[in-house]
Design a protein around this ligand. Structure first.
Ligand code: UP5
Ligand code: MG
Length: 196
């Protein structure tokens, strides 16, 4: 009998598109465990004794992407620690290094169900992140300088990953420019279409 592999959904989209917000809804409705790669990196950055703290902070502030060995191992550990078998992996894989690293280590340990992709304009995403910063997010990248860099990285490095999955017909594309409730109504369709 084939062993059941843990199932994953990758959640991608521009900075501020609403990945985290929607993952919270999905997790409640469908019972997936929400693992935000960014949150895992921010946690690792704060961990006393971490050898990666400074490197992570510098990458985040500059909107650059942390080497996959670090991110993938944090994701893998969080999956094992949860003891669960269905995961939303939020904000990963964001570039070719991430994709290749995941495929090397995780692709035969997991089953990729599909990729949720939130489409949202640069202006709207920037406003959302700046609003969150003004409201006291405490994130060192919710400022206009970092946001410019985050967006460039998104366009240059992450869009090709979405194209890669699109060619495999694995992308469920969502208009993220409407209210969170309206976005979620569309998100649900991606899951129910798969019988989830
Ligand atoms: N908001 C959400 N939905 C809304 C809606 N429909 N209408 C109006 N407002 C909406 O939302 C952002 C803000 O918008 C919030 O205030 C929310 O209330 C509002 P959120 O749900 O947080 O959006 P999200 O897409 O999760 O935005 P986030 O800023 O988290 O996206 P990023 O992709 O930029 O951040 P992440 O944490 O994933 O990564 C940060 C950095 O970590 C990266 O730049 C990179 O340096 C590093 N990183 C890696 O190196 N590798 C990784 O694998 C992952 C991250
Ligand atoms: Mg997020």
């Amino acid at each position: 009998i084939a062993k059941m592999l843990p199932e994953v959904v990758f959640v991608l989209g521009a900075p501020g598109a609403g990945k985290g917000t929607q993952c919270t809804f999905i997790s409640k409705e469908f019972g997936f465990i929400h693992l935000s790669a960014g949150d895992l990196l921010r946690e690792e950055r704060q961990r006393p004794g971490s050898e990666y703290g400074e490197m992570i902070e510098e990458k985040i502030r500059n909107g650059e992407i942390v080497p996959v060995e670090v991110t993938c191992s944090l994701i893998h550990k969080a999956m094992e620690k949860s003891g669960k078998s269905r995961f939303l992996i939020d904000g990963f894989p964001r570039n070719k290094d991430n994709l290749e690293g995941w495929e090397r280590v995780m692709s035969d340990k997991t089953k990729l169900l599909f990729v949720l992709f939130f489409e949202c304009s640069r202006d709207l995403c920037t406003d959302r992140c700046l609003g969150r910063g003004a409201a006291g997010s405490g994130r060192s990248d919710d400022n206009i300088e970092s946001l410019k860099k985050r967006f460039n990285t998104y366009l240059n490095d992450t869009m090709p990953i979405i194209d890669h999955y699109d060619k495999q017909d694995l992308v469920c594309r969502i208009n993220a420019e409407v209210s969170p409730q309206e976005v979620f109504a569309d998100v649900k369709k991606c899951f129910t279409a798969l019988g989830i």
